[in-house]
Design a protein around this ligand. Structure first.
Ligand code: WTA
Length: 644
């Protein structure tokens, strides 16, 4: 797969061009301490300075940045802007329903709300180091609550509103959260999401939760547990608007965010305060070529890392105006994104390939009927962008005026790692381009040999960066094993990548058992565990399959227990089980009945073969001689045809 088209943007002007990028990059590698010290001084306000910029070891998984320095992240996002930007808009909130009024929150007001919210949480008993679970829709209160936790030094754990009560309970229990913040309901694409009802169900199994703080988003009747449930607006009304930010160590955790891995339950990714803030602020500034009068819109949900780093911490610490959108790209119709862009004169727009593909499917008229002249930079994140989607984004949405930046990173990396910088380098549709300052990626073969020049293999990072995750909550051993043991001395990303002759990186997707569905990470093991909970299921194997809009779909092979017969009804039941256990986002697109699964003689399921069958690539199954029973494969292919 060699790139066909390469674009440069001679018309795009700012102070970085390819030569400057190269020089700056080289310096950032040569004297990494100097680079990250300069960034830390420029971008973050510290209470106490560091004794050592970086101190890490990829063999033991010890990562420390800005040792002994102290700061408060919420102070960085709020207080320090008050002198110059008190009246600047911090958050523009655009509701799901375009007929509902927009909310505008200026920095002074955001500061006031965060202080009040910190007072509320503090009155409810939250102290430095406590965990607070946030299960909210895309409303400004989500950012307020995150920042309020940061102000107190409490560790937030935001759970995406699309997760089921079971998933929510699992995350609350793993983090032993004391308080749950939720809303009476969520609203997306005109549909209500019963967040409070989900929270109630979760709380049946969460002994650590002392109080449930409920934000009023709608007017639905909800169940109320006296003594446990507290209305957010009532508490906010009487709370003090003064709350001194707690001095935090740079290495104190700022938050936990659960994400799927290749095995077991979702893991709580732990991020630091100091290094994380430096890294998100720095990447935000350069990757989006940030300018003071920008209106910046990232369409992610705050329940994901993209929302944490590029709706809340990166932009607000930079003093940017952030647009926060409650809805979906196709409601009330497929013009919604572009109407919002025009309405608020959005200049920087950051979204996911899956959203782009969904909009392509609706036709160009929904785009071309809008103006979009305010746009300057277009970004994507979350999964590889196929060149067709890239071209559409560049030509139709951006009218060939706006650089498209494809940003590769992960929940674990905290911020953008490989990306182009707008106008600074050539753009190759489908390539995440070049490493961000300070980063040294490498491609290794399966044995761990580092490959030079043009190469194809596994993507690792050879040195630390300030935004790197510090641990898996409660399981540091798993952290070391997952990320540092596969290729000792390197951080293993779990992704495959190719590097071309220009040194550009092309991410080829996960090489582990994680699938990326609409930019959401789902562990195949989690879906399998959910399926086998049902009494009818003897065994299940889940793989990713190509999907036109979602990038990858979920393909489940299910072997039934004796006495159960395949039926459409049973398929629905099994989908329901996954929905209940994990959430709608993990429901299989395809369930294929399988008399047996292809296994090696030692009993290991050969997923490689299952992936090929799911993708209809049966001509290239590869070596199947190690299978215990090679007739299984033939039977699966026949069964697939019959099921269609
Ligand atoms: C994938 C989202 C190709 C990748 C920020 C990674 C990408 C996983 C890109 C992390 C991109 C993310 N090109 N693949 N630009 N961005 N990915 O933790 O497989 O939700 O490992 O973080 O998404 O997903 P996560």
């Amino acid at each position: 797969m060699e790139e066909k088209t390469v674009y440069n943007m001679p018309g795009y002007s700012w102070n970085i061009n390819e030569k400057k990028y190269q020089d700056f990059y080289r310096q950032s590698i040569k004297d990494s301490d100097l680079f990250w010290e300069t960034q830390a001084k420029q971008l973050v306000q510290w209470k106490k300075s560091w004794t050592k910029v970086q101190n890490w070891d990829f063999y033991t998984g010890t990562i420390r940045w800005y040792e002994e320095a102290t700061l408060n992240v919420s102070e960085n996002c709020l207080d320090r802007h008050l002198q110059k930007r008190a009246d600047k808009i911090a958050i523009i909130w655009e509701p799901d329903n375009p007929d509902e009024p927009t909310r505008i929150i200026r920095y002074a007001e955001l500061h006031r709300q965060v202080c009040k919210c910190a007072s509320v949480l503090s009155d409810l008993g939250v102290r430095k180091g406590d965990r607070v679970c946030i299960y909210l829709p895309m409303i400004p209160e989500a950012a307020v609550c995150m920042l309020a936790c940061a102000r107190i030094g409490a560790i937030h754990s935001v759970v995406f509103g699309g997760f089921s009560p079971e998933s929510l309970a699992g995350r609350i229990n793993d983090s032993k959260s004391k308080i749950l913040i939720t809303a009476d309901q969520g609203l997306r694409g005109g549909r209500y999401i019963p967040l409070k009802a989900n929270a109630d169900k979760a709380c049946h199994q969460t002994p650590s939760i002392e109080k449930v703080l409920v934000v009023q988003r709608g007017k639905q009747d909800i169940n109320w547990v006296a003594g446990r449930d507290v209305w957010y607006h009532e508490q906010m009304e009487k709370a003090s608007d003064m709350y001194d930010a707690v001095e935090m160590d740079a290495e104190d955790p700022l938050f936990i965010l659960y994400t799927s891995g290749s095995t077991g339950k979702p893991k709580g990714i732990v991020h630091s305060s100091g290094g994380y803030l430096v890294y998100t602020a720095c990447t935000f500034k350069y990757v989006f070529d940030y300018r003071e009068d920008d209106v910046y819109w990232c369409t992610a949900d705050v329940g994901w890392i993209t929302g944490h780093s590029y709706i809340v911490y990166g932009p607000l610490s930079t003093g940017a105006t952030v647009l926060m959108f409650e809805g979906v790209p196709t409601y009330p119709d497929a013009s919604r994104f572009w109407h919002v862009v025009d309405k608020h004169r959005v200049s920087v727009f950051y979204t996911a390939p899956t959203a782009i593909r969904a909009l392509i499917a609706r036709g160009n008229e929904f785009v071309t009927c809008t103006d979009r002249s305010s746009l300057r930079v277009l970004g994507t994140v979350g999964e590889p962008i196929n060149p067709e989607a890239w071209e559409w984004y560049y030509r139709i949405v951006g009218k060939q005026r706006c650089p498209v930046i494809d940003t590769w990173w992960q929940t674990e990396t905290g911020g953008i790692m490989i990306t182009s910088l707008p106008g600074a380098m050539n753009m190759k549709p489908g390539s995440a381009s070049l490493p961000f300052f300070g980063n040294v990626p490498a491609i290794v073969d399966d044995k761990g040999n580092v490959l030079q020049g043009e190469a194809n293999g596994n993507l690792v990072l050879t040195r630390s960066w300030p935004g790197q995750m510090r641990s898996i909550y409660g399981d540091h051993e798993r952290y070391v094993k997952m990320y540092f043991s596969t290729y000792p001395g390197n951080y293993f990303t779990g992704d495959g990548a190719r590097r071309d002759k220009d040194g550009f990186y092309w991410i080829t997707g996960r090489v582990d058992d994680v699938i990326n569905v609409s930019g959401h990470r789902i562990g195949t093991a989690e879906v399998e565990s959910a399926l086998v909970l049902h009494e009818s299921v003897a065994e299940a194997a889940v793989v990713g399959c190509p999907h036109e809009i979602k990038g990858q779909g979920i393909y489940a092979y299910v072997t039934l227990c004796d006495g159960y017969e395949p039926s459409d009804e049973l398929q629905q039941t099994l989908r329901g089980v996954v929905r209940k256990e994990i959430g709608g986002l993990a429901v299989p697109d395809v369930i294929q009945w399988a008399n047996a699964l292809p296994k090696t003689r030692s009993g290991k399921i050969m997923r490689r073969i299952l992936r090929k069958i799911a993708a209809n690539e049966v001509e290239s199954l590869g070596d199947i001689s190690t299978l215990a029973d090679s007739t299984v494969v033939e039977k699966l292919i026949i069964q697939k045809k019959q099921q269609k």
